[in-house]
Write a protein that binds this ligand. Structure first.
Ligand code: TYD
Ligand code: MG
Length: 455
């Protein structure tokens, strides 16, 4: 049987058809058609063919490159997340939920970079010029030397940029931009990709830094910032809980600096204010230590940050008890509950468990395991963890505690904020230089025994 892809070619006139017949339709010759299987040539028609390209200049790795000259905005929290300032020609994506404060942050950044001597253009596809101006006035930035454009056609924007040659362009947002040679609606994956590609190429060609705003979208109608993450040099997410004034700028990818760095801001009536000592802020609402409350000494990027874990454990009439987590990983909570049950004999069946990171912070470090376990035990047994105690360490499935990195930094930060005790795994690189009194534990059973009288 002939395969559908096989080619039937008339040997007399060369006419090709997809199926065999006795007489060629083109030349009328009988019995001239035979099956020809084309030789494989890879993806047909897509190869570059025989046409020669230009020879590309090659260079070896030994050439020393000067470190990129960075421009600092003097907004310290922003500069640190960027890896020490803005690199010329870099493409940066700032993602975040609608209404979280991206436009506010970038308008403040635009003014700050303008003050630092950069020529800055702010292209808004979402707001009219008057709206942006009003916001700038509200933020006290009315005098800032930032040029505004309210435009969504990328061809027009790029023409303007080529003429003006700014040092920094802010495009708010990438989902409102459209490229006129792509035939789909603005906000579609094809448009967002094409627009981001044009802007990134422009950045590399002209040495202009480009910051693109991308809304995180819940439905599939509009492409989210994820579809352009691979194209840009730096991906920052601006996050925070609604109802909390804290906002965290987190770098998830950075070709010019460390990833996982955070900058902490506070949304005030006059815009975003820097929070230079986040630990103090996250712990500021802490009252007298209650059962279920544990302070965790974490590391975010290059900085130690203290946050409070709060747990509530309550009996439930439901056959399926609730496991609710805010600011931490639900799967990790399930693991810790399982370890507590299997290794320490402390069951959580028939109990609802709520776990919360105070202040709207999100923690993804495994080093928080021990703090979570302590919070859960403290809530379940209704015994408060002694005040002035910080907890950190990773829990393995066997119930053993594993030391975590940067122990000394964690202890120092805790000591600075008035804590005097630490519960941590045995075998870490704690030297005792920090002046904290240390309770080093080999496993979870020891913790349960020492703190809660053997469960
Ligand atoms: P915005 O920057 O417009 O968010 P995005 O660009 O991410 O969609 O910020 C909108 C919110 O910020 C809005 O709910 C009001 C609040 N806000 C303040 O609280 N103070 C301010 O000074 C400004 C400008 C905004
Ligand atoms: Mg906006």
């Amino acid at each position: 049987m002939a395969k559908a892809s096989a080619n039937f070619v008339c040997q007399s006139c060369g006419n090709a058809t997809s199926k065999w017949s006795g007489r060629c339709d083109a030349c009328g010759e009988w019995n001239s058609i035979t099956e020809e299987v084309p030789l494989s040539q890879g993806p047909g028609g897509k190869t570059l063919g025989a046409t020669r390209g230009r020879k590309v200049a090659l260079s070896d790795l030994a050439t020393t490159e000067a470190a990129p000259p960075r421009t600092a905005s003097r907004i310290e929290e922003l500069d640190r997340v960027l890896g020490g300032g803005l690199v010329p020609g870099s493409a940066i994506l700032v993602g975040g939920d609608p209404g979280i404060g991206k436009s506010t942050l970038l308008l403040q950044a635009a003014a700050a970079f303008a003050r630092a001597g950069q020529k800055v253009i702010y292209a808004s596809g979402e707001e009219a010029r008057a709206q942006v101006r009003m916001r700038a006035q509200r933020l006290g930035l009315g005098e800032a030397n930032v040029q505004l454009a309210a435009e969504t056609n990328l061809r027009d924007i790029l023409t303007t940029l080529e003429a003006e040659k700014p040092g920094l362009v802010i495009v708010d947002s990438i989902q409102t931009m459209w490229v006129d040679n792509v035939a789909s609606a603005p906000g579609s994956v094809a448009q967002v990709r094409a627009a981001a590609h044009e802007l990134t190429t422009f950045a590399k060609r002209q040495g202009t830094s480009v910051i693109m705003v991308g809304h995180v979208t819940k439905d599939g109608q509009i492409a989210g910032p994820r579809v352009v993450e691979h194209m840009v040099d730096t991906v920052l997410y601006f996050e925070g809980e609604r109802g909390h004034q804290f906002r965290i700028l987190r770098s998830v990818k950075n070709r010019f600096g460390p990833a996982d760095e955070i900058g902490v801001f506070e949304m005030t009536g006059g815009g975003l204010a820097e929070v230079l000592n986040p630990s103090a802020l996250f712990l500021s609402e802490r009252g007298t230590p209650a059962p279920g409350s544990v302070v965790f000494s974490g590391i975010e990027g290059t900085r130690p940050v203290l946050v409070e874990f709060q747990a509530l454990v309550a009996p439930t009439p439901q056959s399926q008890p609730r496991r609710s987590v805010v600011g931490w990983d639900g799967g990790r909570l399930a693991m810790i509950l399982a370890v507590l049950e299997a290794r320490c004999g402390i069951p959580f069946a028939g109990l609802d468990v709520y776990l919360n990171v105070a202040g709207g912070m999100k923690i993804n470090e495994p080093a928080a395991d021990l703090a979570v376990a302590a919070a859960l035990l403290s809530a379940r047994e209704d015994i408060a963890v002694p005040p002035e105690t910080v907890v950190f360490g990773e829990i393995s499935l066997s119930g053993a505690l594993r030391p975590v990195g940067q122990t000394e930094n964690r202890l120092k930060e805790a000591q600075k904020l008035g804590f005097s005790n630490a519960i941590l795994p045995k075998g870490g690189k704690a030297t005792g230089k920090s002046g904290m009194s240390l309770s080093q534990m080999p496993d979870l059973v020891t913790l349960v025994g020492e703190m809660f009288g053997a469960g």
